[in-house]
Write a new protein. Structure first.
Lengths: 249, 249
């Protein structure tokens, strides 16, 4: 996500906050995820941001509307752009969604997809072990393959032609997932779409940085900057120079 | 752990606090685990407890000494009783320890075992995927077996005759772990030992409840009482009537 934002908005000053002290959000209740999301948004606003991207599907599913209602700046989530990309990609209108327990239980993707295409057939499946498997780097192991086959079973009988990777960790499993569902199933990663949506929102409100500005990137974590550095490299595909620690809650 | 405490201390009023809003502790830094442990201890003291059992290996490894220093009541951890049980069980003095990333990185078991038996040979191995696998109920699946074989490989070449299950989730994997390391390797679960140690501490300070008292049990979670209920049943092997929610942090 950060990589796409940096790519599409090279002149912006971007602050990335990772709530490493309290992740994973996936198994947690809407109440708790909302409380954490509010705290992070308030902290970002204290840093004078002009817009917030909720770069987490679970937080988007549980808290996006609350943040949009309570905070006086644009708040962009990842679910709507992912849903849009899925509807654009599908030919059969049979769309699969995988995500955390929280994202799937919220029904957020079904609602977002049906708002665009009322008659789409959506099958959603929680894959709670994918986040720890990705965090531990088990991206191409037989164990992950067995777990993925079990999780993805509902899609075999439902003939989806498009599968939404409804969690920011899942794109790292793309090769393995593609092998299981078949190369003809389109895998939708909402990062590029969300970055594009962020650009559109900034442009429509005339909030974009001037083309001459030097973009800057700040990485902030609520726990163990070292761990964040290591994970960050895996997700960003680039090195991070420095991670600041900020304690919330 | 609660089951053993209830069994060995039937007349006590026990409050079980599960920090479900912020678990898992295993991958988090000592600082963060110390901060969370302090908050929980302070809350328990506000409920007038007379002693605290830190029924989590990671919290014990990172925070036990701090809690013992900062709070004016007995604080009992799980590492020392587990180390004692391992030393009592081993015949070859070759002891294996498995735990979370945090517990293993802390070196707490090595220190505790060497304090009892200076020449013991201790091999510790982090098994970060075991907690999510247990939480998701993958207790006897081929995927878990593959992951466990990978994690337990160091013990094959080190000929341990005793393996400490250094995380309160791991006893649920006992049959699978025993199958992998061999039936002749003793698996040490510190729950019974910790409960016995708690009883000894209460007795030595004359803090035990009178034999006629009716024991009571309160379950408190920082997130989603429903989820706690479901998990609680799996760990306790019994039903819980009610879970209260208390927000910390």
């Amino acid at each position: 996500m950060v990589r796409e934002l940096v790519h599409q908005l090279p002149h912006e000053r971007i602050i990335y906050f990772g709530d490493t002290a309290r992740v994973p959000y996936g198994p947690k209740s809407p109440d708790t995820v909302q409380r954490y999301s509010r705290e992070i948004a308030a902290w970002l606003i204290s840093q004078q941001v002009k817009a917030i991207v909720v770069a987490c599907n679970t937080a988007t599913a549980h808290a996006l509307e609350i943040l949009q209602r309570e905070f006086p700046l644009p708040v962009i989530g990842v679910v709507q752009p992912g849903a849009r990309a899925a509807v654009d990609a599908t030919r059969t209108s049979h769309i699969g969604v995988i995500g955390t327990a929280g994202t799937v239980a919220s029904g957020a993707y079904e609602r977002a997809i049906h708002a665009i295409q009322r008659d789409a057939h959506v099958v959603a499946q929680a894959c709670p072990l994918f986040v720890p498997l990705v965090e531990e780097g088990w991206l191409d192991s037989e164990a992950t393959r067995i777990i993925a086959r079990e999780y993805l079973r509902p899609f075999a009988s439902n003939h989806v032609d498009t599968l939404v990777l409804g969690c920011t960790h899942y794109p790292l499993l793309k090769p393995l997932l593609s092998e299981i569902v078949g190369r003809d199933v389109r895998l939708i990663d909402s990062a590029a779409e969300t970055a594009a949506e962020t650009r559109r929102v900034l442009e429509s409100r005339q909030l974009t940085a001037p083309p001459g500005s030097a973009g800057t990137h700040r990485f902030v974590a609520s726990d163990a900057p070292d761990h964040f550095l290591r994970q960050g490299r895996r997700f960003l595909g680039t090195t991070i120079d420095e991670v600041e620690k900020v304690t919330l809650g």
